[in-house]
Write a protein that binds this ligand. Structure first.
Ligand code: ADP
Ligand code: ZN
Ligand code: ZN
Length: 804
């Protein structure tokens, strides 16, 4: 028997299955989807069996056997193996990358280099000897000094040492010593009688066991409960009172939490309508995609919960995706409260082992609902009944590195595989999804009201240009400062939101609000600090940073961007009595800190929660009555065609944090461009008019959803090489694509150098280009066989979430 194996080597000629001989002892056990250790070149690598067959074209003398079968039960299902092919074609990734992305990191290979003494007659140099101490072989770390490494290299050449690569098999399974008590009373009695009266402690243990016939108990728990010793327990086990087995257990990240069970709510008419359409399609086993457009607080989650409940009745499973930043306990608890231990939660705060445990529960069908971020879309369920993407517009559903998949596409693929509905939910759907819903590709469901008819908060817009004119140079307008003081007096809570994204900054006139834009592209120019220049990332236009405003000639023109820390200092100066909690990447680096900050805020330990993007969603505290947006402009002037869309989404989301309960909420948005339509429509919570306006702009400049976009990025340590190959790529595309496609660039990327590599990009815009996949495949091949040897790195991103 032969196995087709995809090996863990991401390189062009290797991106295909290799045939291996299946040794006799594995013939019965091996299945496609299992991981194996195989010899490849002169080392051992991890591989995935993708098919089994009885014949091969490989001549007998060249056939190599599989080294070791790593899984008795395959880790990849048939569905995943099929999905791999699709992912490979649609994201242009290596097949091995597609296979690995579906698995928890505990199952991906880790390699170690083992250094071994071969020739014992030679005395090793001091530094090498120190490495070995008394051992025969050690793991060689790459972070050893250069001198030591080159010394080792020489010794390996001289056959004094050997160096081999082997797979580090971390079995992340956690095991405990489990005591199984004899279930037959008579037998236990016999053991009891056989113990002499001197061994009173043993007698006590067996006596206790006679009251717990046939039960299982963790050894440590038993010792504690009976205050006895391991020696005593060991003795009674030897006499036959019980047996000891090592058993797998799960690390439960939620072990010490108790939760009240929630019951389903009586739905409003709108919710009921939406749910019945979904259930209707579920009953008919239709692979239908619904776009659930519901304003913030309209009860979308309750619709999800009841749709899941329906699927569970049939013993079907549910996948719920939420953006990582809204994987707050507040959100996940709502699923745990409804479905208890049937829910597994996957988020980045779990340890590798915890993630692996959750994954195994899913694989074994011990849970029925998984709630998680992007990668949870690969949950290895086999009877998926419903898939939900909450906040479907979020950019984090797109993976930034290979495989560059969008969770929404994978969700729809899986729904077709399982014949089940997908629900895309949002208060601010992406333009793409809403356009598809309007065309009828998705089914639009609308929740236009909040269940208890709470009003959406009043949003007021403060023109920061006026503040400056009136001599207020602070980042707090008089209106916002006043509102903060009122809340401090009334002991109500506030959220202050600093809109900051990416590294990009733009140049803004503080007198008239003008942002310097590209003369050709209708997109703001990006400020490059090092060269003191502004550049357009779409067409390459660049110029000196202006010292006066091109519109009003004011000298108050400068680049823009403020950190949370600076805001915190300003708060301390202006509102010395305020207690502030800051939430940003710096304060949430440690595991659990996100949750901790929210807990403190929920307990009223602070008046102000100050933060970035990550506080825009999911927060639901009754005492928040004010939301302040310090500057709405930052996302608005991003060098990205989605800038207005992202701003609208963000403002709508943050506004949704205020006044969700009994106390009315107020939102104050500070901006230098109050007249911008994204801000105007967000003020009135008007999605549809915003959509219509934005669609007109996209149509005029031919951006998605009117076209598709592919981003090609080239990086290299040398700037000339980068530019040269970016031009090569662009020219190659111009030669090979039809004139249906527009190729923009190459230009330097917004972040023009990252980790010492220069970055250039070009963009393909097209409406219809039937051979595009093949052409991109060919370009990839040129890159992988040739350019890569020169140190060039190229990435191709179809439908990128951002083009910066
Ligand atoms: P969304 O997910 O659309 O932002 P939520 O599901 O968080 O909205 O609902 C907002 C609030 O309304 C929650 O406190 C929820 O418990 C409540 N709610 C939802 N549906 C109902 C209903 N049918 N009756 C009463 N309250 C409801
Ligand atoms: Zn331009
Ligand atoms: Zn100006």
């Amino acid at each position: 028997m032969y196995a087709e194996v995809i090996v863990d080597v991401a390189a062009y000629p290797i991106d295909r299955p290799f045939d291996y001989l299946v040794p006799e002892q594995y013939c019965e056990l091996i299945e496609s989807g299992s991981r194996v250790k195989v010899p490849f070149g002169n080392r051992q690598v991890l591989g995935f069996v993708t098919a089994l067959k009885s014949e091969t074209d490989v001549p007998t003398e060249k056939q190599k056997p599989i080294g070791e079968l790593l899984d008795i039960e395959p880790v990849l299902t048939q569905e995943m193996l099929e999905m791999t092919k699709w992912l490979k074609r649609h994201t242009l990734c290596y097949e091995i990358d597609a296979l690995q992305v579906m698995l928890p990191s505990a199952l991906r290979a880790k390699y170690e280099k083992i250094l071994r003494i071969v020739d014992h007659n030679v005395e090793l140099p001091q530094s090498v000897q120190a490495l070995f101490q008394q051992r025969e072989h050690v793991e060689l770390k790459v972070d050893e000094s250069k001198e030591l490494l080159s010394l080792i290299k020489r010794l390996v050449k001289e056959d004094i040492l050997s160096l081999e690569t082997s797979i580090k098999q971390k079995t992340a399974v956690k095991k405990v010593r489990m005591i199984h008590i004899e279930s037959d009373f008579e037998r236990l009695k016999t053991v009891y009688d056989s113990i002499s009266n001197q061994a009173k402690k043993q007698k006590d243990v067996v006596k206790w066991m006679m009251d717990h016939l046939g039960e299982r108990i963790v050894s440590a728990d038993l010792l504690k409960q009976l205050s006895t010793t391991n020696a005593v327990l060991q003795a009674v086990i030897e006499k036959g009172a019980a047996t000891l087995q090592m058993e797998e257990i799960y690390r439960d990240p939620y072990a010490d939490r108790t939760m009240d069970k929630s019951t389903k709510l009586a739905l409003t008419n709108e919710q009921h309508l939406a749910l019945s359409e979904i259930i209707h399609s579920y009953d008919k086993q239709e692979a239908k995609t619904f776009l659930l457009h519901g304003i913030t607080g309209s009860g979308k989650t309750e619709v999800y919960l009841q749709a899941i409940e329906r699927a569970l009745l049939d013993d079907q499973e549910a996948i719920v995706l939420v953006p990582e930043i809204s994987l707050t306990p507040q959100m996940t608890n709502r699923f745990k409260e409804r479905f208890g231990s049937l829910v597994a939660v996957l988020h980045s705060g779990l340890s590798t082992g915890e993630k692996y445990d959750e994954w195994r529960k899913i694989k074994r069908g011990e849970v029925k609902v998984v709630v998680g971020a992007r990668s949870a879309i690969f949950a290895p369920f086999q009877n998926v009944g419903i898939i939900i993407l909450d906040e479907e517009h979020e950019g984090t559903y797109k993976q930034d590195d290979s495989p560059r998949y969008h969770a929404r596409d994978v969700a729809i693929w899986r729904s077709e595989y399982h014949n089940c509905p997908v629900i895309l939910g949002s208060a601010t759907p992406s333009l793409e999804s809403y356009a598809r819903a309007k065309k009828g590709n998705y089914t639009l469901l609308t929740l236009a009201n909040r269940p208890k008819e709470q009003a959406l908060p009043e949003v007021s817009i403060v023109d920061m240009r006026e503040q400056l004119k009136n001599g207020n140079r602070s980042m707090f307008s008089l209106e916002l400062a006043e509102a903060i003081n009122v809340r401090l007096d009334k002991q109500e809570q506030m959220v202050l939101f600093l809109n900051r994204r990416g590294h990009s900054s733009f140049v803004l006139c503080r007198d008239c609000g003008t942002v310097v834009e590209c003369p050709n592209c209708d997109i703001s120019m990006t400020y490059h600090r090092h060269q003191e220049k502004i550049k357009c990332h779409y067409c390459g236009e660049e110029s000196q940073v202006p010292h006066t405003c091109p519109e009003c000639s004011s000298e108050h023109i400068r680049f823009f961007g403020t950190g949370t820390q600076k805001v915190e200092e300003e708060i301390a100066r202006l509102f010395p009595a305020a207690r502030v909690l800051r939430m940003d990447v710096d304060t949430t680096r440690k595991k659990g800190s996100h949750e901790h900050i929210l807990k403190l805020f929920g307990e009223g330990k602070a008046d102000i929660l100050l933060g970035t993007q990550m506080i825009a969603k999911g927060l639901d505290f009754p005492n928040i009555t004010l939301v302040g947006v310090l500057s709405a402009d930052t996302t608005l002037h991003l060098a990205d065609f989605r800038a207005a869309e992202k701003t609208f989404q963000l403002l709508t989301q943050v506004s949704g944090r205020a006044g969700r309960h009994d106390k009315a909420g107020e939102v104050i948005v500070q901006t230098y461009t109050p007249e911008h339509y994204a801000i105007q429509f967000a003020q009135h919570h008007d999605f549809v008019p915003f959509y219509n306006q934005e669609m007109m702009n996209r149509k005029q400049f031919l951006y998605p959803p009117f076209t598709y976009v592919v981003l090609i990025q080239i990086t290299h340590e040398d700037v000339l090489m980068t530019a040269e190959y970016a031009h090569k790529a662009a020219n190659w595309l111009r030669d090979n694509l039809t004139d249906q496609s527009e190729i923009i660039g190459p230009t330097a990327s917004s972040i023009s150098r990252l980790q010492n590599r220069y970055r250039y990009q070009c963009l393909i815009k097209y409406k219809k280009e039937p051979t595009l996949p093949e052409i991109l495949q060919q370009l990839t091949r040129i890159y992988r066989t040739d350019w890569i040897k020169k140190g060039i790195l190229m990435s191709i991103d179809l439908n990128p979430s951002s083009i910066m």
